[in-house]
Design a protein around this ligand. Sequence first.
Ligand code: SF4
Ligand code: SF4
Length: 151
Amino acid sequence: MPELDFPKGVRWSCKRCGMCCGDTRGRERRILATEYEVDLISEFTGLKADAFSRPTGKGLYTHAIKKVNGVCIFLRDRSCLIYEVRPLVCVFYPFSMGLKDGRLRFELTRERCPGIGEGEVLGREYFEGLFQAYRSVMESGARSLLERLRR
Ligand code: SF4
Ligand code: SF4
């Protein structure tokens, strides 16, 4: 487990408002996904990748989930239709993860999230859990890529 920085004393509990699943005034929500996550969603939904995503053409996050009228196509009645396989960016919200000076750093979004300030204070364990989720997706993604290359 790498050294970890995270915001201290933050309370958060998701209110399931769906606000982070679409654009809000002055902010365009980009729902990015890795190739492996797109494959998982395809498998889960039975849909082809281009039915729900478009290529970003760069980086690790090779795809962006499509939106309709500014809202993620997988949002229905404020619920996520692909909750079990939703991309990491959705799992992490309202936090983002980056690397700074060799340390993992979680930061709180500056966007509005009604869940911030609610519920329990999130401690190290919570952020370690997010990192484990990240690691699991990346490792499975790497394995899947190797298998594909071997074929
Ligand atoms: S905006 Fe915040 S409270 Fe609302 S669904 Fe997203 S994470 Fe949950
Ligand atoms: S994939 Fe699910 S959690 Fe992520 S933005 Fe779409 S509806 Fe929301």
